[in-house]
Design a protein around this ligand. Structure first.
Ligand SMILES: C[S@@+](CC[C@H](N)C(=O)[O-])C[C@H]1O[C@@H](n2cnc3c(N)ncnc32)[C@H](O)[C@@H]1O
Length: 295
């Protein structure tokens, strides 16, 4: 099965199991550390992007159904709150429309939600939206939704772009006003590079906003949440999408993501001003929102 092959690529022999001559290479202080994590596995850094692509290619066609099933629809409430909290859109009387960039945009929930908010609240029907994602299969699902939506109105305000969020080579410096990323950045091989890139592509005054799974601050809730995510989610992946391994990775990748304060420090390190208290927890910290402003 493709998913097993992809996931197996990530398995490595622990150093202790290597022959002694190889162990000395592995522990050489001159050797650059070229490994990273893929869920709970250690993989070669250069392989992670391929592995992540593989996971999202496998889940793409079931992504929206699975999101609803696994979160009991709560992801919709979080996304709605995220979009309202951002409250972005060209205000009446403003001279210039906004340029939105939704990175790891997948099937377009955040991108279409932002456009909807801007149009309903500010009558903004001119701001542009770029939906960027590393995975063509996820983008293809987003395009299908777009084509059937009211945003497909001939104005060409929405564009889809296959790009790695760590580099965003196709996006010029200081060219965007709002950078959003939802449930995407934990999959990056180099999260700090992704944050630095967000800073690069935003104009001064531009806003970075991230919605991501996070860490529960209440031990009792955390116990129940861990039992649910490690016990039930992979099983649901197996039963609904016939793909246990991808959902196991998704659960593990959440645990590996930095804690709220640490992630906040990384956003500051990229150059952003982070308004106090640094982040907003949703559902006891199951997810959190981080905002940064490029001054
Ligand atoms: C869990 S989905 C989230 C999709 C959408 N933002 C949402 O909230 O429904 C994660 C997305 O991140 C994308 N992704 C993973 N690594 C990426 C990278 N390095 N650059 C850009 N997109 C990436 C995946 O292809 C996938 O579409």
């Amino acid at each position: 099965m493709l998913s097993r092959t992809l996931l197996r690529m990530g398995r490595q022999r622990p150093a202790a199991m290597l022959p002694s001559f190889a162990r000395s290479y592995a522990s050489s202080s001159n050797k650059k550390d070229d490994t990273t994590h893929f869920g709970y596995r250690t993989v070669n850094t250069e392989d992670k992007e391929k592995l992540v692509r593989g996971v999202f290619s496998l889940v793409a066609s079931n992504y929206d159904v699975m999101n609803d099933a696994m979160s009991f629809g709560v992801h919709r409430l979080w996304k709605h709150h995220f979009i309202n909290r951002l409250d972005a859109g060209m205000r009446p009387g403003a001279l210039k429309p906004l340029d939105f960039l939704d990175v790891a945009g997948g099937t377009g929930d955040i991108a279409f939600g932002l456009l909807d908010h801007a149009s309903k609240n500010f009558g903004d029907v001119s701001s542009t939206m770029t939906v960027a994602d590393i995975n063509p299969d996820m983008l293809a699902e987003g395009k299908v939704r777009y084509e059937a939506s009211k945003w497909n109105d001939g104005s060409n305000r929405v564009t889809f772009l296959e790009q790695n969020g760590e580099t965003m080579d196709a996006i010029p410096d200081a060219s965007k006003d709002v950078y959003t990323i939802a449930f995407g950045i934990r999959n990056f091989t180099n999260i700090q590079a992704g944050l630095n890139t967000a800073y690069r592509v935003l104009r001064p005054g531009g806003v970075f906003a991230c919605l991501e799974f996070s860490h529960v601050d209440n031990p009792v809730v955390d116990y129940a949440y861990q039992a649910y995510s490690f016990g039930l989610l992979p099983l649901m992946g197996q039963l609904i999408a016939n793909d246990r391994d991808s959902y196991q990775y998704l659960v593990e990748s959440i645990r590996r993501f930095p804690k709220q304060d640490d992630f906040s420090s990384m956003i500051k390190k990229a150059g952003f001003y982070v308004p106090e208290p640094g982040y907003e927890n949703l559902t006891f910290g199951v997810a959190s929102i981080h905002i940064g402003v490029k001054l």
